[in-house]
Structure formats: structure tokens, C-alpha cells
Design a protein around this ligand. Structure first.
Ligand code: HEC
Ligand code: HEC
Length: 331
């Protein structure tokens, strides 16, 4: 009998599936497509326009700051400071989260107050401590740029440059920011040599004793839910919205963990400087000086556990995706 690929495929698939199931890996498989809403389907040119806007400081009142100032591709689409500086030169209220895999993040913001990327993007543009602009001001300013006028007229016929088209373009671009294949994904696909033994032990801890996967689940490593992990903070998170909901006090949205090693410092307040600190926090069952009962129980850290967990987290890093910065249309 001659082996051919068609005959082998079911066998390989079966072997892969049983290996993946044995390790509990199938729940972490990458999706095949990016979810785009029906009323804002993928459009390459609109995404390109949105990218220019994302990098363009003309979207801020003083033309001194762009979305990319705080969501920088070099640092996992964040910035390596606890609180980024806004247009007015004062630090913003919370640590900038990543926008990597934004198409799958819902709700948005640490406190979950925005339902869509379109709605979200309006926030920083007009917030006085962030970009400090008005839509009237920026649509007027962008309309003075001939290239933008041409782009918008062609891609949003009859609409041109207005709040809605600016937000659609930004959101369409953000949905294209997807983390590329990391060594973890190759392991999920069946390549046993893709990750180290330490990383495999770390994954077993992550899904086992350390219980991280009860919240950091799926290919992006988030349940997109609001949880209280016992940080020492005066920020009420989801409970601080209007009207206040005390059941959401100190609850924040679980962030995804793709490219996490590039994204220090960590948490909504940037209070954890390293992954060692993050792991110590969880192992201790949250901060010792809080009076409430958080959702983390703590676990014993044996010799080597911290290194193994970090080795696993590092396998979620994709360094192969290059993000060239756009040339912006001249005034
Ligand atoms: C001055 C820094 C700064 C600028 C400029 C800025 N952001 Fe943000 N961004 C933040 C911070 C801080 C948060 C979290 C705020 C919160 O949760 O209350 C955030 C949250 C987000 C989120 C939600 C991510 C999540 O996981 O929920 C998205 C998406 C986002 N920003 C996109 C943008 C876009 C688009 C622009 C430009 C129009 C922009 N940001 C400009 C700092 C900034
Ligand atoms: C009860 C749910 C829950 C569990 C269990 C949990 N996390 Fe988290 N994780 C969260 C939430 C919610 C945040 C954001 C908290 C905040 O900023 O206030 C977070 C934040 C993080 C961050 C920082 C991400 C960023 O963008 O700053 C890392 C890293 C992390 N968790 C890793 C882990 C590891 C490792 C474990 C297991 C030891 C774990 N988590 C267990 C819910 C959880």
C-alpha cells in the first residue's frame, strides 16, 4: 500500500485531536476569521484610512497627541508607563490597555462602559485629559487636507468627513489589529517542539493549580467578563459608572494575554511592574490590605512555578507582525 496525503490526513487529524484534547488545548485554538459587524464590514481602504487617522495628531485639540501615542505597536499596543500623558500634559486616570485583537474585545474599557469600537473611539478624542478635541474642530481641520477630502468622499460617498465616518474608519482599522501566530499556536496545532517543557509545565499550572484559565480563557485568554482580583485600589471599576452598581465594585474587565511580555506595567492602574509581581499577587490570593473578599483564592508557589508560568506566557508572543507607520497626508 502506498501512503498518500489523503489517506494520512484522517490519521494525522485524529492524532492531533487526541493530543490537543489530552493537553486541553482545543479550547485555545485561533479563530479563522475576524468578526466584523454587519453595518461596518471589512474594507481594506477604509482600514487604511483608519490607520492614518489612528496615527494622526490632527485628531487632538492641540495637534500634539494621536491614538498611537498611548497605543503604541512597539509595546504591545500600550505604553510602558503606569499612566500615559494626555494632550494637556497630565496623566490619564488609568493605564492604557492594549488594543490588540480589539475586534474580539467586548465590552470595552477597564470598566466595560463602551459596547463597540465606534462608541469607544469617540471617548478619547473629546476627553479633555486625553486628546482634548471636538468633532466640529477635527472635521473642519481634516476637511482642509485635500487628500483626506478625496479619501472620505470616495469611501463614504455623500457623507464625507464627519464624526460617524471618522469613527467607522478608526474602528475598521482597529479590527485589523490581530496578533499573529505565536509558538503557543504552533503547539496547539500539534507541533510538540514549538514550546519548551517549562512552558508546558506553565500551561498545566495556568489551567490547573493556579486557576488562571477560569478567567483568562480561549485563544485570546480572556472571558471578557468583569472580575475583582483583589487589587489595592480606590478605583471602583464597573461599580463606578452612572448609575452606580455596587455589585460591580472593584470589578474590571479581564484583559487578553497575547503579547503580554511586551505590555508591562500591568493592571488598570499599572501597579504591577513585572509578571513576577503579577503571579505573586495571585498566589497570595490578592492584596493583604483589602477588606473585601475578592475572586482569587491563592495557591502555593513551588520552586520553579513562577519561571514555568512566565515561560508559558512568553509563548503567547508574536514578534513576526511588523506594523509600518503610515505616511500622513500633508496639509
Ligand atoms: C492619552 C492616552 C490615550 C490616547 C491618546 C488614546 N487612548 Fe485609548 N485608552 C487609553 C486609556 C487610559 C484607556 C483605558 C481607559 C478606561 O478604561 O477607563 C484606553 C482604552 C482604549 C480602548 C479599550 C480597550 C479595552 O481593552 O477595553 C480602545 C479600543 C482604545 N483605547 C482606542 C483608542 C483610540 C482609537 C484612540 C484615538 C482616537 C485612543 N484610544 C487614544 C489611553 C489613550
Ligand atoms: C477571577 C478572574 C481572574 C483570575 C483567576 C486570574 N485573572 Fe488575571 N486578570 C483578571 C482581571 C479582571 C484583570 C484586570 C484587573 C485590573 O486591572 O484591575 C487581570 C489582569 C491580569 C494581567 C495583567 C494584564 C494587563 O493587560 O495589564 C495578567 C498578566 C494576568 N491577569 C495574569 C493572570 C495569571 C497568570 C493568573 C493565574 C495565576 C490570572 N491572571 C488569574 C482576571 C483574572
Amino acid at each position: 500500500m502506498r501512503w498518500n496525503a489523503a489517506a494520512l490526513a484522517p490519521l494525522l487529524l485524529w492524532t492531533f485531536q487526541s493530543l490537543a484534547q489530552a493537553a486541553g488545548l482545543e479550547a485555545f485554538q485561533r479563530p479563522q476569521t475576524v468578526p466584523f459587524p454587519e453595518d461596518a464590514p471589512f474594507n481594506r481602504e477604509i482600514a487604511t484610512l483608519g490607520k492614518m487617522l489612528f496615527f494622526d495628531p490632527r485628531l487632538s485639540g492641540g495637534q500634539n497627541i494621536s491614538c498611537s501615542s498611548c497605543h503604541n505597536p512597539s509595546f504591545g499596543w500600550e505604553v510602558p508607563v503606569r499612566k500615559a500623558m494626555g494632550a494637556a500634559g497630565t496623566p490619564v486616570r488609568r493605564h492604557a490597555p492594549t488594543i490588540l485583537n480589539a475586534a474580539w474585545i467586548t465590552p470595552l474599557f477597564w470598566d466595560g462602559r463602551a459596547a463597540s469600537l465606534e462608541e469607544q473611539a469617540a471617548g478619547p478624542i473629546t476627553a479633555p485629559d486625553e486628546m482634548n478635541a471636538t468633532f466640529e474642530g477635527i472635521t473642519e481641520r481634516l476637511s482642509a487636507v485635500q487628500d483626506y477630502r478625496i479619501w472620505f468622499e470616495r469611501l463614504f460617498p455623500g457623507q464625507g468627513i464627519r464624526k460617524e465616518s471618522v469613527l467607522t474608519a478608526l474602528a475598521t482599522y482597529e479590527r485589523t489589529i490581530v496578533s499573529g501566530v505565536a509558538s503557543f499556536d504552533r503547539w496547539v496545532e500539534g507541533d510538540e517542539t514549538a514550546v519548551s517543557d517549562a512552558a508546558k509545565r506553565g500551561f498545566a499550572l495556568f489551567t490547573g493549580k493556579a486557576n488562571c484559565a477560569s478567567c483568562h480563557t480561549g485563544w485570546m485568554f480572556t472571558d471578557n467578563q468583569m472580575h475583582d482580583i483583589g487589587l489595592q485600589t480606590s478605583d471602583l471599576g464597573g461599580g463606578g459608572l452612572v448609575p452606580p452598581d455596587p455589585d460591580l465594585n472593584f470589578r474590571f474587565k479581564t484583559p487578553g494575554l497575547r503579547n503580554i511580555v511586551l505590555r508591562a506595567p500591568y493592571m488598570h492602574d499599572g501597579s504591577k511592574g513585572s509578571l513576577e509581581e503579577v503571579i505573586r499577587h495571585y498566589a497570595a490570593g490578592g492584596s493583604a490590605d483589602i477588606e473585601r473578599t475578592a475572586e482569587v483564592e491563592g495557591f502555593s508557589l513551588n520552586e520553579g512555578d513562577t519561571e514555568d508560568l512566565i515561560a508559558f506566557l512568553a509563548t503567547l508572543t508574536d514578534t513576526g507582525t511588523n506594523t509600518p507607520t503610515p505616511i500622513l497626508p500633508a496639509n
